[in-house]
Design a protein around this ligand. Structure first.
Ligand code: ADP
Ligand code: MG
Length: 318
């Protein structure tokens, strides 16, 4: 019978040279880089709420870390150290092996060290806390958007929500489209390099986790501005372009969430730099709207009329 300590030793104790002291003591020790602010974030994934109980453990390990790295990306921070609190209904070693594999694969890709955590018994739930570094006073905050700025997004929007709706039988995606969308849902790619490249360029940023309109609303509210989005300009994967007007697709694009793309604003004079950033990273960046005086978010159709999007996002307590 494995104990909690055996589990930690076996699955969560890979060496972490980025820390002075990693897993195994009462607390980890890290040394922040001079001239940097620490960006700190935490996200919990609960079985049955954020993922289905039979979700593939390797994908879950990836996603638990990815959603946190995405928050650091949205601050323009470079991820350095993470902690993992895991609550398990039972000890399933094959499951843990795969979960840890997915988690460490992503951690290694970004040179992030797992330096501690907690292991408890109960309904399956995963909490990751991540710390990154960003040059002092240069973080990409939600409150920096100004009237006259342009609104941009990375990648494609709505893919994760479309995969989810496909799985629920609410719509049908074709093979190739389904593959792209499923990857976005199960193994989102945190836009870390983009976040870092936007430091000193973007005036505000957020990652699209709750839904495009809801997340634009967070920037609008924190910045005291209004954001106008042209629905026609919002990028969706090529195979779905012709279905953009379909109601189900439109609600996935505007309100779906779980994309983990970055939504950001740039002063008009800085927008020219984005082509180079896009080319360097091999990542599409698309201008989808403008920041104007006022409050809230409006989505406009091709004739400039406002599209009704309802509440436009995911709220756990609604
Ligand atoms: P304590 O009782 O002092 O809080 P624990 O027994 O909870 O310590 O944990 C022992 C060590 O293992 C600590 O360094 C802790 O950070 C680490 N740890 C516990 N669970 C995990 C986990 N799931 N992933 C990574 N490190 C963990
Ligand atoms: Mg202790």
């Amino acid at each position: 019978m494995s104990t909690e300590f055996d589990l930690i030793d076996r699955f969560f104790s890979r060496s972490s040279p980025a820390a002075k002291l990693g897993v195994g003591d009462d607390a980890a020790l890290v040394e922040p880089s001079a001239g940097h602010d620490l960006a700190m974030t935490m996200d919990t994934l609960v079985s049955g709420v954020h993922f289905s109980p039979n979700c593939e453990p390797r994908a879950l390990g990836h996603k638990a870390l990815a959603v946190n790295l995405s928050d650091l990306a949205a601050m323009g921070a470079r991820p350095r150290w993470v902690m993992l609190a895991i609550t398990l209904p039972a000890i399933d070693e094959a499951w843990l092996e795969d979960f840890a594999g997915g988690f460490y694969d992503l951690a290694q890709r970004y040179d992030v060290a797992l330096i501690g955590g907690d292991t408890t018994h109960g309904p399956l739930s995963l909490t990751v806390a991540a710390t990154g570094e960003v040059a002092a006073d240069k973080a990409l905050r939600r409150d920096g958007a100004r009237a006259g700025d342009e609104v941009w997004v990375s990648g494609h929007i709505g893919s994760a929500a479309l995969a989810l709706r496909h799985r629920r039988g609410e719509l049908r995606l074709k093979g190739g489209d389904l593959d792209i969308c499923s990857t976005r849902l199960d193994r989102p790619a945190p836009r870390i390099e983009l976040g870092e490249a936007l430091v000193g360029v973007a005036s505000s940023a957020i990652d699209v986790s709750d839904g495009l309109v809801a997340d634009a609303g967070h920037i609008a509210q924190r910045s005291g501005v209004r954001i106008e989005i042209r629905y026609d300009a919002v990028p969706v994967i090529a195979g779905l372009m012709h279905l953009k007007a379909d109601h189900g697709v439109r609600s996935a694009v505007l309100a779906g969430g779980d994309d983990y793309e970055l939504l950001f604003t740039v002063p008009a004079h800085a927008a020219g730099q984005l082509d180079r950033v896009s080319a360097t990273l091999g990542l599409a960046l698309t201008r989808i709207g403008v920041v104007v005086p006022g409050s809230g978010v409006a989505v406009l159709d091709s004739s400039g009329s406002v599209i009704d999007v309802g509440s436009g996002g995911y709220d756990h307590f609604e």
